[in-house]
Design a protein around this ligand. Structure first.
Ligand SMILES: [Mg+2]
Length: 416
């Protein structure tokens, strides 16, 4: 029997957020890590930061974006893992494929987080709550990973809901007059998504503690203290009003990798070694996402923080490390004026991305490139199983220090 129309929401937005994603993938692939404090990120001792801490590590106060050295002090017994971005991207694609069974209105916020507009899906699959629960179940069945899900009438509420009872949470904000406001009222101000710590502090200084306090505050008083725009915005949010649509994803504009060095680099050989490492990482991620690039950008920051980029274009689209490396090295040699300074940061980004098959096919396929691609794919498989360092080139192995770079996937304040 079809569900009664009364069960269908006029607008239904789910926010799906995988729990401790990078750490969860490490535990998934290496079950011996289960129950241990796992930290994924740059190793301590350098300028590295924590990408994701498992819940066991969070009990020690470790959190995302914290300097690794601080995390190591807080949790000396932590098991450190280097990020395996290609593997995370692969699982992210599987998760998105689950979403796509239920809606084409998907707005990814990062590899492990997305808004889904389920409004139209209800005609096919029934009430939004049923769909959102199915998505949570099918992500678990399909990948072995746990997602927290918030369901509400808009993005703002859905986002707050998914984060409220993590991990393994399903939180539905009741749909109806006054429900959103009732749901928000008891929550502390820091739950107001998009409202930074400084604004929270200003509100607290006015004696406001909860979201309900802001909703009920005298408008004229708030305008006097915060200005008209901020007052209006904050009161709309505190009443759960948010009219933003789910913005269906576009392909990323670039895939990049960069590193800030513990000490400024002066040796060209060392710089080239870094570029080769980045080229390998970037090309691996292109292959994992089924993308090719036709451009590359080199980024350089000198000791005095002068930062510039140099770009070049390839004749043919590629997803291999060799052309990326060759072009980036050429840019470094020919287009960079160091002015006698050392290099504080280096990075490369693949640009002008296209899906495989979308780029014009060469009439005469390059056999050499085909062989290299096969070899690269075999290496990708090994890295998926054994980590990004399982297979490295001889030149990379010689004296390269632990990388502390972070991929350019959105670095969030808090990865939950
Ligand atoms: Mg997450």
């Amino acid at each position: 029997m079809p569900d009664a129309p009364a069960d269908l929401w006029p607008r239904a937005i789910a926010h799906v957020d995988l729990d401790q994603f990078y750490a969860a993938v490490e535990v998934l692939d290496f079950p011996e890590l289960k129950g241990k404090p796992v930290i994924v990120g740059g190793m301590p001792g350098k300028r590295g930061v924590v990408s994701t801490a498992s819940y066991e590590a969070r009990k020690f106060g470790v959190h995302s974006a914290m300097p690794s050295s601080q995390a190591a002090r807080l949790c000396p017994q932590a098991v450190w893992r280097k990020p395996r971005m290609a593997r995370y991207a692969e699982l992210s694609r599987q998760i998105r494929a689950v979403f796509a069974r239920f809606t084409d209105q998907i707005e990814p916020l990062s590899l492990d987080e997305a808004f889904l507009d389920l409004t139209g899906s209800q005609r096919l699959f029934g009430p939004a709550e049923k769909i959102a629960r199915r998505i949570k179940d099918e992500v678990l069945q399909g990948t072995g990973l746990v997602a927290s899900v918030g369901l509400a009438e808009n993005k703002f509420l859905a986002k707050i809901a998914s984060d409220l009872r993590k991990p393994d949470a399903f939180v539905r904000v009741p749909n109806g007059p006054g429900e959103a406001e009732r749901f928000l009222a008891p929550l502390p101000l820091r739950r107001l998504w998009g409202v930074g710590p400084k604004t929270c502090e200003r509100l607290e200084n006015l004696g406001l503690r909860t979201i309900g306090d802001v909703a009920r505050a005298d408008r004229a008083y708030l305008v006097r203290r915060l200005g008209e725009h901020a007052a209006e915005h904050l009161q709309a949010l505190s009443r759960g009003q948010d009219v933003r649509e789910v913005a269906v994803a576009e392909r990323p504009k670039s895939v990049g990798r960069e590193n800030t060095f513990a000490e400024d680099l002066r040796d060209r050989g060392v710089m080239r070694r870094e570029l080769l490492f980045f080229a390998e990482d970037v090309s691996q991620r292109l292959r994992a996402q089924g993308l090719t690039c036709q451009g590359v950008t080199l980024k350089v920051r000198l000791g005095d923080f002068t930062t510039f980029t140099r770009a070049a274009t390839f004749e043919d689209p590629t997803d291999l490390s060799e052309p990326l490396f060759a072009m980036a090295s050429r840019l470094l040699d020919e287009k960079v004026d160091f002015g006698g300074q050392g290099v504080r940061l280096l990075g490369i980004a693949a640009t002008k991305l296209a899906g495989k098959g979308e780029s014009p096919q060469s009439l005469f396929p390059d056999e050499h490139a085909t062989r290299r691609r096969r070899a690269a794919q075999a290496v990708d498989k090994l890295r998926e199983r054994f980590g990004d360092d399982a297979v490295t080139r001889g030149r990379l192995l010689e004296g390269r220090e632990e990388t502390t770079g972070t991929p350019d996937d959105k670095v969030k304040d808090r990865d939950t």
